[in-house]
Design a binder for this molecule. Structure first.
Ligand code: FAD
Length: 428
């Protein structure tokens, strides 16, 4: 009598959420020979996903978590400043408090060093990995590999960020300084009041994240993935083995699942037995189209003073930034988009002072953020058939390529290519 062979790795995986992390996971699951279903209640590349409207940075040096030593002293000032980089809807504060306390507690120098070491393993070759996958999907041209800039008014202002740059140096990250005329030549449209910059050559950027996501989806479908529109609400697990992903419309039978629902992953993580601390850290962008003759960011640039990134996208000049804590359902505060537009006017004096509203588009996105600045990647407590893959905060586009590859390895029962201990979903 022939016995049924034991399943040594899952054959059908449902990937919940088709943002950058879900799409990369789908492609790597297909590479491992698995049957893949992508489940999302939005279209891939949809404006609802954080992966649509980010600043496009694929920055292997973005390893310093957003909190910095002594940050708590600056928070009241940021909150009092109506055009400052941080805002909290006060009614949301009681729910946010545990996350915020842990966030501020992780701002110690040694913690930041160890976080940076861990994040570096995820992003170290982000630009190359993205270029490979984008090329396979026929959109290699969307990945630019010519570095990024961090712009300051002066060397003195740059030295105010010495701790972060020192940690980067310890990790072997290199940069070139550009001062005065050298910066003018590189960025002739930038306000000359910004007289100092560092150029990080190992980084890259995506010129159209929304189009990139759509192309990844088309590629995954062409290779046999299925796409279902719907919202996952939980899992059916029997004796530790996953039997189905539960949706409002019914169950999808499967042997494995990936939680890659971005900022909405917390509820699903709890259904999988893990109580993670995850917040939707809202950010905004303004895209100014039709003025590339007057003002161009030739290199994507992070302007430390305003905590924004200016990236020349295929669709126009995108200024992205802001941190706003509010409930998921809270209406966007479009004044925050206007702040982005006004910063663009400060950075690029060549832009017309009265920009027609038809030339400016605003967007709100939700970064999936943990308090310690590190994602959750690994098997769930309820069943090792469920994999967590979310929480990449400010660097989720960059991290998505390696995260997807690691998810593929976990699904296939292989040892992950990097140490996942720092990213344990059970660490909270
Ligand atoms: C202003 C701003 C600028 C940024 N700039 C950069 C940058 O320059 N570089 C960088 O690397 N990162 C950047 N980021 C961060 C980056 O965009 C995110 O970390 C990343 O996009 C997260 O990807 P994700 O796949 O985890 O989530 P998302 O892209 O949000 O995708 C999650 C998907 O899950 C779906 N979903 C949610 N719940 C369910 C459910 N229950 N069932 C089914 N589907 C569900 C959603 O519809 C969505 O499509 C920025 C973010 C913002 C807001």
């Amino acid at each position: 009598m022939s016995s049924t062979p034991e399943i040594t790795f899952p054959r059908h995986v449902v990937i919940i959420g088709a943002g950058a992390v879900g799409l990369m996971s789908a492609i790597h699951a297909l590479d491992q020979g698995l049957q893949v279903t992508l489940l999302d209640f939005n279209e891939p590349g949809s404006e609802e996903a954080s992966s649509y409207g980010n600043a496009g940075w694929l920055s292997s040096h973005s390893v310093i978590p957003p909190v910095e030593p002594g940050m708590w002293k600056k928070v009241p000032g940021y909150l009092m400043d109506p055009i400052g980089p941080l805002s909290i809807r006060w009614r949301y504060l009681p729910r946010l408090a545990p996350w915020l306390l842990r966030n501020l507690a992780s701002a110690r120098r040694e913690r930041i060093r160890s976080t940076a070491r861990a994040l570096r393993t995820l992003v170290v070759d982000a630009r190359t990995l993205h270029h490979e996958i984008a090329s396979r999907a026929g959109v290699g041209h969307l990945i630019d590999t010519s570095g990024v800039l961090h712009v300051y008014r002066s060397r003195q202002q740059f030295e105010g960020d010495a701790f972060g740059w020192g940690v980067r140096r310890e990790l072997g990250i290199q940069w070139t300084e550009l001062e005065g005329e050298a910066l003018r030549q590189r960025e002739p449209d930038l306000d000359p009041a910004f007289g100092f910059a560092v150029q990080v050559d190992e980084a890259g950027h995506c010129k159209n994240p929304g189009a990139y996501m759509q192309a990844l989806q088309v590629y995954a479908l062409a290779r046999g993935a299925h796409c279902i529109k719907g919202a996952a609400t939980g899992f059916r697990v029997e004796q530790g083995r996953l039997k189905a992903v539960v949706t409002a419309q019914g169950e999808i039978a499967c042997d494995a699942a990936v939680i890659s629902a971005g900022a909405r992953s917390k509820v699903l993580a709890a259904q999988a037995g893990d109580h993670v601390q995850l917040e939707s850290e809202r950010g905004y962008h303004a895209v100014i189209s039709g003025h590339a003759q007057e003002a161009r960011a030739r290199t994507p640039m992070m302007v430390s003073e305003f905590k924004v990134i200016a990236t020349q996208m295929e669709t126009g000049l995108r200024i992205a930034g802001q941190v706003e804590f509010a409930s998921f359902e809270a209406a966007p505060d479009w004044r925050r988009g206007e702040i982005m537009r006004d910063i663009a006017l400060k950075l690029f004096p060549g832009l017309p002072r009265e920009l027609p509203s038809s030339d400016v588009r605003f967007w709100l996105g939700r970064r999936p953020s943990t308090p310690d600045g590190m994602p959750c990647i690994g098997a769930a407590t309820a069943s090792s058939d469920i994999i967590h893959a979310y929480g990449h905060g400010h660097i989720g586009l960059g991290c998505s390529a390696r995260t997807g590859r690691i998810v593929g390895q976990l699904l296939a029962g292989q040892a992950p290519e990097i140490d996942l201990a720092p990213f344990s979903p059970q660490r909270f």
